[in-house]
Unconditional design. Structure first.
Length: 209
């Protein structure tokens, strides 16, 4: 689809969340303390816990919650640093998902009336590449977000490639993705940099599907 300088990168908010001084963390910590104090009071009044027992529980609970917040910040701070490399080693095949044809898409990608449209379904697309076994192929729809206000999940290596800015929402994109940093399922060559200058990968497709 369209060339996007933000392709495969995390958002502005991801960078902010990586900073533990980000206001969001201060608000969450405030909420954690509020709920801990409320629970301590309940434990004393309803469970007849001593003040010492409630205080001990509260300290342990705060440390646990703070550790979770620190891990979230660490993930958002460290994980995006290495993702520029993934842009050179992740290959994408794009499809437009819509019941009807789009004049805007024809104008963008076949301006001279020399293009064709291949029509398929999600399940047929999956079936057509079932015999390909060099790399894992991931398939997913793109989510369009505000890169100033929304964060991309850091839990999956391909998340940045399944998010784009709202200005590309007209593409209604479904993507098949290959991450060559996984070496290839049947490859004995561990040199992942071999794909750095490659502009595309050949994938066998069952055209009957």
């Amino acid at each position: 689809m369209s060339q996007d300088p933000c392709e495969g990168l995390f958002t502005h908010l991801n960078v902010q969340i990586g900073n533990t001084k980000f206001p969001l963390f201060e608000q969450v910590k405030h909420d954690v303390i509020y709920h801990i104090e409320k629970e301590k009071k309940r434990m004393i009044e309803e469970e007849n816990k001593s003040l010492e027992e409630a205080e001990y529980w509260g300290k342990q609970k705060f440390l646990q919650d703070k550790m979770k917040l620190d891990l979230i910040a660490h993930g958002h701070r460290e994980i995006p640093k290495g993702f520029k490399t993934f842009r050179e080693k992740t290959f994408i095949n794009s499809w437009h998902i819509q019941e009807h044809q789009s004049a805007a898409m024809w104008n963008l990608y076949a301006r001279n009336s020399d293009g064709i449209a291949i029509e398929s379904t999600y399940n047929k697309l999956i079936s057509s590449i079932e015999d390909y076994d060099e790399f894992d192929i991931n398939i997913g729809t793109v989510k369009y977000i505000d890169y100033q206000k929304n964060a991309i999940p850091v839990s999956h290596v391909l998340s940045p490639f399944l998010h784009k800015r709202k200005s590309f929402e007209h593409e209604k994109e479904l993507r098949t993705l290959i991450d060559t940093t996984q070496y290839g399922k049947n490859s004995s060559d561990p040199e992942i940099n071999q794909y750095r200058e490659v502009h595309g990968l050949y994938v066998n497709v069952n055209l009957d599907e």
